[in-house]
Design a protein around this ligand. Structure first.
Ligand SMILES: Cc1ncc(COP(=O)(O)O)c(C=O)c1O
Length: 436
């Protein structure tokens, strides 16, 4: 096959391909698998029973099931679902949004592919996407159709006595970078951050929004794990006083991406984008060309739950406590298994991952990943989360200098806790063979 430049850029080896392949392909038989790799959420009975009840209602109501599966929705999304989302967000946060501000895509992954390529590229003149905090979500890394249009800035990091550490955005650096680089077409952050579990504060989001506004470019905020659903944010771990919660932010100039995946529906591929009308209609136009329309079933199952507020309620009643407890247990497993070793773990403020930095590792995390996989443990190696051109660099390899790049692994702690414990113990055991 003779590939176009689009083909050559997109069909090669990529971190997200490896990760999704690891998720979907069984390990060789005989291995007791610890699947701590890709981003599958936990199965939480209270959430599942809500969808089951919605499905049963759909099946019981004459014609409703057939209506859900038997026709295409509009490329922007199912009209009644767009209305439900807009009504909900207007009612809950007072945002000035209507259905014309909402688009649904086949997972928020495809929303980012659309957005990045709408806002960056080589022609007619080079436009870039600025990621002000790396490590950042591996799924973005290869989404640019043109080469060299993603730029990343090094995060600050601070370590604490309890072997935890935390990244933060160097806002002065972002400010200076934007002032010197008018080609930046958008800023993008995930909040909570995948892979680290970092959660940007309201003040950090406000500061980024102000910088983006000053440059006349959008701020893309990926809220796949955020508030109001799935609400996998732990305010106490962010040092917020009791009862104070981080709030999602939307205003013209912010493109807020949400998803139904981490609240139980990853297989139904339902991403939700809240944005200005122009962006929403561009997403609808692109979706019609790429996909005709997005899948309907996730929207159908979630619509009533969004309207009644139950999806947000179950998120704070069941989803957040589930992951808060699981994060505690996973951290305890790391502390036990790595006792006496030189390691750090990022503060677990949200999302479903621990970001473990094994300082005494003498092989790369990519090599550790391969060795672990042979023992049945799947993780995601740190290298994949450092991508894009580093500031002032023309080399895509510039990130090879980052001290964390080859020392970290991402651990998904959504699997049953015995599996997480077993996996963490094996990570400690295997890495100990190459420590020092
Ligand atoms: C930060 C982040 N953004 C976006 C996505 C894409 O999710 P989906 O396409 O299932 O909505 C993921 C999936 O893991 C993610 O972790």
């Amino acid at each position: 096959m003779v590939l176009s430049s689009f083909g050559a850029k997109l069909v090669g080896e990529s971190g997200i391909l490896r990760l999704m392949d690891d998720i979907g392909r069984p390990l060789p038989s005989g291995l007791e698998a610890c699947l701590l790799g890709g981003g599958n959420p936990a199965r939480i009975p209270e959430v599942e029973s809500l969808y089951r009840a919605e499905m049963e209602r759909l099946l019981a109501e004459r014609g409703a099931f057939e209506d859900a599966i038997g026709r295409y929705d509009a490329p922007q999304g199912r009209v009644s679902f767009l209305e439900a989302i807009a009504d909900f967000l207007r009612g809950r946060y007072g945002w000035d949004v209507g259905p014309e501000n909402v688009a649904v895509t086949n997972g928020s992954q495809s929303a980012f592919f659309y957005l990045f390529n709408l806002l960056s590229g080589a022609e007619p003149s080079r436009r870039t996407i600025l990621f002000p905090l790396v490590p950042e979500y591996v799924g973005y890394a290869d989404q640019g159709i043109d080469h060299g249009t993603f730029v990343t800035l090094p995060a600050r990091h601070q370590s604490f006595d309890d072997r935890s550490f935390k990244y933060s955005i160097d806002l002065d650096l972002v400010d200076r970078y934007l002032a010197a680089h008018p080609e930046v077409g958008a800023i993008c952050v995930s909040r909570p951050t995948n892979p680290t579990g970092n959660v940007l504060t309201d003040a950090e989001v406000a500061a980024l929004a102000a910088l983006a506004r000053r440059s006349g470019i959008p701020l893309l905020v990926d809220n796949a794990y955020g508030v109001p659903f799935p609400n996998i944010i732990f305010p106490d771990r962010m040092g917020l006083p009791d009862g104070v919660e981080p709030v999602p932010r939307w205003e013209p100039g912010i493109v807020l991406s949400m998803s139904l995946s981490k609240i139980g529906l990853p297989a139904l591929r339902s991403g939700i984008v809240v944005a200005d009308r122009e962006t929403v209609s561009a997403l609808g136009a692109l979706n019609s060309i790429v996909a005709l329309a997005s899948g309907s079933l996730g929207q159908v199952l979630a619509e009533g739950l969004v309207r009644s507020g139950e999806l947000a309620r179950v998120a704070s009643r069941a989803v957040r406590p589930f992951y808060r407890a699981r994060s505690e247990e996973a951290l305890a497993a790391v502390r036990e298994a790595f006792s006496g070793r030189d390691y750090l773990v990022h503060r677990s403020e949200g999302s479903i991952f621990l970001w473990l930095c094994i300082n005494d590792l003498s092989i790369t995390s990519m090599e550790l990943y391969a060795r672990l996989k042979e023992r049945g443990v799947v993780v995601v190696p740190g290298e994949y989360f450092f991508f894009g051109l580093a500031e002032g660099s023309e080399e895509e390899t510039a990130w090879s200098r980052h001290p964390h790049r080859e020392r970290c692994v991402r651990i998904n702690y959504a699997r049953p806790i015995e599996e997480v414990r077993r996996g963490v113990a094996l990570i400690a055991e295997e890495s100990a063979r190459f420590s020092g």
